[in-house]
Design a protein around this ligand. Structure first.
Ligand SMILES: [Zn+2]
Ligand SMILES: [Zn+2]
Length: 161
């Protein structure tokens, strides 16, 4: 994006495939629809707008893929004056602000770590593995902690010796 006097409106589609590979729970990411306004005031260019995209997540309970539409707000400030750069104001060499890395960062922060396909997703049966949203089973799931199961195996072996 080039620095300009006054207001500048920009609309772009940003391809962000590497974000999908950085998150195991993300199956696929659509191109991001980035819509921003940039305003130059007193040598600082303020960029704000919205980033819209859809994510195909793998549900962390039932492992089924589902699509979520997400939107994140973008607000960044840039300057070409190195003396004015700080935690909030980024350097824009020759007045050219690289917006894409900040869009990517905003999306990274917005990705859900434990996505669920629906709030009442019943997940997989820990014993037989059926998707309990689609199918019921009669498994006994009272001892589901594998560490405890291993320990009780160990104890019963000791007793038999
Ligand atoms: Zn689910
Ligand atoms: Zn089961």
């Amino acid at each position: 994006m080039r620095k300009n006097d006054g207001l500048l409106v920009k609309h772009e589609e940003l391809q962000i495939p590497e974000i999908a590979s950085a998150h195991v729970q993300v199956e696929e990411l659509s191109p991001a629809d980035v819509q921003v306004e940039a305003r130059l005031v007193d040598d600082v260019c303020t960029v704000n707008g919205n980033v819209r995209y859809s994510v195909t997540y793998n549900c962390t309970r039932c492992l089924e893929p589902f699509v979520a539409k997400q939107e994140t707000v973008l607000f960044e400030e840039f300057t070409e004056d190195a003396r004015r750069v700080n935690d909030d104001v980024h350097l824009a060499p020759q007045g050219i602000a690289e917006l894409d890395p900040w869009v990517e960062q905003a999306i990274h922060l917005d990705i859900e770590f434990f996505p669920v396909c629906k709030s009442d997703c019943r997940g997989l049966c820990p014993v037989c593995g059926v998707n309990r949203n689609h199918q019921d089973c009669n498994c006994d799931v009272t001892t589901i902690d594998p560490r405890l199961a291993a320990l009780s195996d160990l104890l019963s072996t000791d007793e038999s010796e």
